[in-house]
Design a protein around this ligand. Sequence first.
Ligand code: PEP
Ligand code: MN
Length: 625
Amino acid sequence: MILVLENGIGAEQKAHVCRLLKRDGWSFAEVQGGTSPMFEVAGKPGQDHTRLRELPGVVRVIAPADPLKLAGRESHPQDTVVRVGDVMVGGDRLVVIAGPCSIESREQALTIAEEVKRFGAVLFRGGAYKPRSSPYAFQGMGEEGLKILAEVREKTGLRTVSEVVSPDKAELMLQYVDVLQIGARNMQNFELLKCVGKLGKPVLLKRGLSATIEEWLMSAEYILAEGNPNVILCERGIRTFEPYTRNTLDLSAIPVVKRLTHLPILVDPSHATGIREKVAPMARAAVAAGADGLTIEVHDEPEKALSDGAQSLLPEQFGQLMRDLYVIAPVVGKQMDLGYLDKAESVRRSRPGQADGMLRVVFPGESGTFSHKACTQYFGNEMIAVPMASSREVFGVVAAGDARFGLVPMENSLSGSVHENYDLLLEYELRIVGEVMLRIQYCLIAHPDTRIDQITRVYSHPDVLRQCRQFLAVQRWEQVSTTDEAAAVRMLKERGDATEAAIAGRDAAEICGMHVIEEGIETNPRNYTRFGVIGFRPLTAGPYRKTSLIYETGNRPGALYKTLGMFADKGVNLVKLESRPLHGKPWEYMFYVDVEADLESAANRSVLDALREMTDSLRVLGCYS
Ligand code: PEP
Ligand code: MN
């Protein structure tokens, strides 16, 4: 039996595993030369090896008949991202598939597709061949249904997902749909698995009704073994003794699968619960547990649905769920990007104009900073993010047209506005054209063999050291300031001193191959930064959700009050108001204001005109979504 340990496990943790193995009477020896640290472990006959999986730092226990050759993380440590048109399943942006259980008519499919697209779904689902428990139940529209799916794709631009029930239909299906779904009842239909493996197109592989995680992953292995790397897993609930819900959603499968394999995993809360009102809570929980996305049944007239009406969300309920996910996703380091498809299309279209065929985005600091992460979360991975020495350089490069966009921090939830970047917006003729919010979590990072009690010095940006004050207060470490936190990790690596550490985000540690000793060491966990995308024009067309303004009212009684009253009268919701001293004019102030409206759209012209009348100077920093 082989015990696979976490890559980059520290010496202290490894020694701890050895102690526990010894305590429980296992004999063991370290295996040299693998891509991950491993122990070969042998026990007495009948000794229960299942508990070995629970040891800290153990990723996997490989029993002799368990060759996850292709699906396992050992052979492929990086996460797999499956591409479906412009949609990337498995990246930092959540992917939501939505649509009816079955395609019932052209009107039904098109109506629902328009609705789910409006609320942010990026792929459309609908069964044309339905494997039903009863032979007398609706069996699907067959090829007619596939033709409707193709029309939905044509009219809405949404790529489509539909279930394949037999190998002889697979090729036909691919003329009409983009992702072949293997349903729960077919998870171990090995001929079907081999068939979709040979076709090479994206496959959504649902977990069988009574399948263990290992059996499910072996089914994925069948598809991969035929040379098709585009496998997306889907947890949809399993049969248990609990009859209240249709199935029992095994949410713990998400972290288990994430550790064992590199394949993306979606969750289907519709089939898992079978009850409309239970779908949204489980969908939210799935995202919180680290799922890469969801597949959800939506119907505009669920009471008339030919299958699974009882578990289908109404379009408005789906929209509300998407809003919730928009809030939850950043907490777990992801984004629910409600403008996903429009943005992806613009990124794709803007490429040919660039010298190297890619959209260029510049950000301040080094690779691995949160500004860098914000670039990929906003634009996706198909662009080049270029680090710059400073925010001023970012503005200079974008103003000169050498990069189409820049991305800079505008505001932190604990420390407030980043005034330098507001000043640069005033100085350059650039606008805020987008925003993205990230949760900021810091890690204590050191060399792989460093124990926390060996550390004597720690590097990071002064703001970061301040945000981790409580954690640092109990250590007697020398604190050394660096220009940004990713630079601190790079320095740590270059100096090669096992008594030193750095504080930065996890990405910076991964980029430099350093070890995370402790995660989440910031004093206040509600630590978010709002990044502004800067440029001349937004990536996508309006109307936009928000407008950022800066204005001066002059030192007159009630001057600010009048502007705010005008917003109230016109029904414009204020989401930020901050005063800032004017340079060289003691005790006079300008105001940063964000409102939830597109003030440059025709409908809101009168608001902007009224504001101009009331202020001494007014600058629209940008309208964006
Ligand atoms: C479906 O997606 O409509 C379906 C039948 O799912 P499952 O195979 O998970 O039951
Ligand atoms: Mn269904």
